[in-house]
Design a protein around this ligand. Structure first.
Ligand code: SF4
Length: 267
């Protein structure tokens, strides 16, 4: 089987939800505009590094969703998102802090690592380049609020950054966060992942894969109400046997498990 960070973190959040998603084929319907916009924005960034018209790329990519009946947050709309995206692209170009040499090879870089058994782990690294002149691995995020920077060192605990450092062997990692708010802001966050963290992540992956292979999928709702993870879980309708919630949130695609690692591309 092919595993990804998205799958491992899904299992760790709730093994029962993992079973619904990856074994039974219950996928969340794409109703949130933010996910589709994030993908469109990343394609515009790729155009920027390839010396193409990134604003035109954003309009083209996001334009494909113009009539999609997404759920927009209050105050958001298709036009507002594209407006924010253009501002962020302009700001990013003005800052000029990120360099990507040979973008064809160094954007969306696929990395594979063999796992015990016949398993593999795959990751797509957004970019390999330089931030402020320091070579590093870079992940892009679009968000509606700033990422927490306090207490200092928070980013070094981010499991996705640790995962990417583990699979690539690169210790210096950076998160570039495009914050969509009335005054657009870009955060450039840097950290180093230690060898010990990479080893621990590798052990966590092997342990999780072994639990998945032994068929352990207990419900794990996390902390009790009001912090229960069930409240934001797209599979809640299955656990409550509510046809209404299932119809509202899920779509069933059985037989697609061989391609589940593609989730990684949108994460
Ligand atoms: S509703 Fe709760 S127990 Fe059920 S799959 Fe989701 S997180 Fe797990």
């Amino acid at each position: 089987m092919i595993f990804s960070h998205t799958q491992i973190s899904h299992y760790l959040r709730c093994p029962r939800s993992y079973r619904y998603r990856y074994l039974d084929g219950w996928q969340e319907k794409e109703t949130r505009a933010a996910m589709a916009f994030g993908r469109s924005f990343e394609r515009a960034l790729a155009a920027y590094f390839s010396q193409e018209d990134c604003t035109a790329a954003l309009f083209k990519e996001w334009g494909a969703y113009r009539n999609t009946p997404f759920e927009y947050k209050s105050g958001e709309s298709w036009d507002r998102l594209v407006h924010q995206g253009v501002h962020l692209l302009e700001r990013f170009a003005q800052d000029d802090r990120v360099k990507i040499d040979r973008p064809q090879q160094n954007l969306q870089v696929k990395m594979i690592r063999n796992l015990p058994g016949d398993n593999e782990f795959v990751a797509y690294i957004d970019a390999l380049g330089e931030l402020d002149g320091t070579p590093c691995l870079i992940d892009w995020k679009t968000a509606t609020s700033r990422y927490p920077e306090e207490p200092e060192g928070m980013l070094s605990l981010d499991p996705q950054m640790i995962c990417y450092s583990w699979i690539s062997g690169i210790q210096d990692v950076a998160l570039v966060v495009f914050v969509r708010k009335s005054v657009p802001e870009i955060q450039y966050l840097k950290t180093s992942i230690t060898e010990e963290q990479r080893r621990e992540y590798g052990r966590l992956v092997e342990m999780t894969v072994s639990q998945i292979e032994s068929g352990q999928f207990p419900p794990h709702s996390g902390i009790r109400f009001p912090q229960s993870g069930c409240l934001s879980c797209s599979h809640l309708g299955l656990c409550l046997d509510s046809q209404e919630l299932i119809a509202a949130n899920l779509i069933r695609k059985p037989g697609a498990s061989n391609l589940d690692w593609l989730d990684e591309l949108v994460d």
